[in-house]
Design a protein around this ligand. Structure first.
Ligand code: ADP
Ligand code: MG
Length: 328
């Protein structure tokens, strides 16, 4: 099973940013309102994610680290309309197969009831021992790929790896504005974001993550059609190269890259003629969970819409109308 996990890890755990993404998604799925991420050396030495969510029951702790153990779906039918970010039960098993993983968790409000689990690379069974921890979970991943040198070789410089982590952080932070999020790197606080549900709170978060200029040139949109809602900000395409990649599209809270979506966006921008500039946007599309299939790819960036035509036309017409207003 270790080998199978190490192979599976190749799909799920590509670099530190993929570990951060999976751990933070788990924290979000656990209903956390505050998540703190701590990294050392771009994440290759240390990745720690601490949350104040539901915690993991003692009897489920060993299982949580084994492959295909997920508490989030119980049958294949649940895959239709899956609402949680995780559902494959692979991330913790895969990560523990290629790192020194330590997990603390507590489901009660009394810190003394906590438990610690360690799993280290090749070691067979995770070991449990009592350990104090406040309600919630802390996962510590040290020495990523220490036992898979070929993969460790593919890690880039500390700065590059941290840039990937920061991008994953931006996506997560934009996807859940209600959650407090902290990102620290080598003892320094890089981002500290307070959760809030108002539009003002969201604009503050966007400014912190993407820079003030993003909002100065963007308009807020809020459109709805039967079964579909589109909210967010569409910006005047920027001239600056650094902003070229400020394109965030979320479907039911999940960041996605989708050809149909990309096409609708491109068409809308093309129609209002912003020559040679890059569209920038933060957009949230919400629809019934049964109208979209997220079970397409392990990293879950792809989706399949039940009625692609409808989604495409709704996106195009909504964006087209909004962009016509900001046209210079
Ligand atoms: P998945 O998220 O696909 O279910 P994971 O390997 O990421 O699989 O996690 C395995 C299980 O461990 C989850 O289904 C969940 O029950 C539990 N778990 C992992 N992280 C947390 C967390 N931070 N808080 C509560 N439960 C967690
Ligand atoms: Mg998960």
């Amino acid at each position: 099973p270790r080998l199978a996990n190490q192979i599976a890890a190749g799909e799920v755990v590509e670099r530190p940013s993929s570990v951060v993404k999976e751990l933070v998604e788990n924290a979000i799925d656990a209903g956390s309102s505050r998540i703190e991420i701590e990294l050392e050396s771009g994440g290759s030495r240390l990745i720690q994610v601490r949350d104040n969510g539901s915690g993991i029951e003692h009897d489920d702790l060993g299982l949580a680290l084994s492959r295909h153990a997920t508490s989030k779906i119980t049958s294949l039918d649940d895959l239709e309309g899956v609402a949680s970010l995780g559902f494959r039960g692979e991330a913790l098993a895969a990560t523990s197969a290629v790192s020194r993983l330590e997990l603390y968790s507590n489901t009660s409000d009394d810190p003394v009831n906590g438990w610690r689990v360690v799993a280290e690379g090749r070691e067979m069974a995770p070991r449990l021992s009592p350990a104090p921890h406040p309600r919630g979970t802390t996962v510590t991943v040290r020495d990523l790929f220490f036992n898979t040198p070929a993969r460790r070789k593919f890690l880039r410089t500390e700065k590059t790896e941290f840039n990937h982590v920061e991008e994953a952080f931006r996506r997560l932070a934009l996807s859940r504005q209600d959650v407090d999020l902290v990102l620290r790197h080598n003892q320094k606080t890089v981002h500290q974001l307070m959760g809030g549900n108002s539009q003002a709170a969201m604009e503050k978060r966007i400014a912190q993550l993407l820079g003030r200029s993003f909002l100065e040139n963007a308009i807020h949109i809020d459109m709805a059609a039967t079964g579909l809602a589109l909210k967010g900000w569409v910006g005047l395409p920027s001239h600056t190269r650094s902003q070229a990649d400020q394109q965030y599209f979320f479907v039911n809270g999940r960041v996605i890259r989708d050809r149909l979506v990309a096409h609708a966006v491109r068409q809308a921008y093309r129609d209002v003629l912003f020559h040679g500039r890059h569209p920038v946007f933060v957009l949230y599309l919400d629809l019934d969970a049964h109208g979209v299939d997220v079970n397409v790819h392990p990293t879950k960036h792809e989706v399949r819409f039940r009625d692609g035509r409808l989604v495409h036309d709704f996106l195009f017409s909504s964006l087209h109308r909004a962009l016509a207003e900001v046209r210079p």
